[in-house]
Design a binder for this molecule. Sequence first.
Ligand code: PHE
Length: 445
Amino acid sequence: MQSDKTFATRFGVIAATVGSAVGLGNIWRFPYECGANGGSAFLLAYIGFVIVLGIPVICAEFVVGRASGTNVAGAFRKLGAGRLWQSIGVMGITASFFIMGFYSVVAGWCMDYIWQSATGFGGVASQTELHTRFDEIVASPLRPVAWTIAFLVVNFMVISRGVQKGIERISNLLMPLLFVILAVFCVNSLLMPGAAEGMAFLFKPDFSKLDGDALLSAMGQAFFSLSVGMGALITYSSYFSKKTSLVKTAGITAALDTLVAVMAAIVIFPACFSFGQEPAAGPRLVFEVLPSIFMSLPGGQIWGTMFFILLFVASLTSTISLSEVVIACMEGEWKMSRGKATLIEGGAVTVMAVLSSLSFGALSGWTIFGMNFFNLLDFLSSNILLPAGGVLISIYVGWVLDRRIVSRQLTPPGHTRSVWVAPVSFCLRFIAPPAILAIFIFGLL
Ligand code: PHE
């Protein structure tokens, strides 16, 4: 019998990995980062980072995960790596907590908006009313906290069911659904009055906007959206069978992830221009722009409900991979049962999430480096921990790990050395580490 610690089918591998990658990062974060950083030039920089940094680092994580067959805390030790490399595990666990801390708050807002769309936003009509409503909702003391906790309960219920019955089953079901719903929205969006302006904003590059800050954001976004740099993909690939082609899985994941981000932008920007709204509105963008589209459409309540269900689904398959990083460590390193690990991790994440939810209301006066707790968690994870993890993982797989292991892992069974071994290794050795470091320094200055 196959153990529960591997994905059962090839479709399951893709669904789970793409499920991890595709999430709020694509549909909520990408459009507002793109909007705030000049639109199309950001998109081009982003795609460049996905190709030269993203795909090679995904491959590197896959190599470590499948070669070691274990969680982030144990993987580097098992491959014989020293303490420096083992610290990637500690950084990964920290990043998992930080990301869960703000991500589940946004997922909670999505659940709230499912309910609100279904009830027609209580008859609210104007843009100003939608704006005020978002402010009121996120700042209220109980409502967003309750939704966030509801989201975390669903997340940890799925995860407690294990790899095949929990993660794989839910991803197989939900990921195809997500593509269908998003495609319907794209078609609708291209028929809107602001479609031409929206498309020009997204596809006609204005390089004057691409400064160090924008480049750091594009790189951080690429890491965040592809789920690389913190071991989520190390953990998942430890569940891959020997037959899974790593390079192909990395390529498909990056391509589908980018496609969903571009589709989300195609849904959002025409709507912005049709309704005279700022593409640079920040985290509130999808929560404000989209309800105005829904309300203007026949059957808007159904559209709106579907859209926020889609966001909820996308978030769930990502938070599952984020929490699995820590749960796999607790099971593997500290020999805890899955149930106990889920409870402890769930409790710790809930504390972070409640604090970050309250940082829009009761705790909004509490800022660190000028950021509230929510923004601080986002900044530290996407722009610091993930790129730092990416540098270390690239150097480890590019320079330290035995090249025979790398080559064997990157070559599908039954083949002699894959043609991809050389270009992937080249990027990991010579491109990823200096490029990530340079952008990092340039962006932080
Ligand atoms: N990639 C996910 C998204 O785009 C977020 C994520 C980051 C998931 C890191 C796992 C690890 O929403």
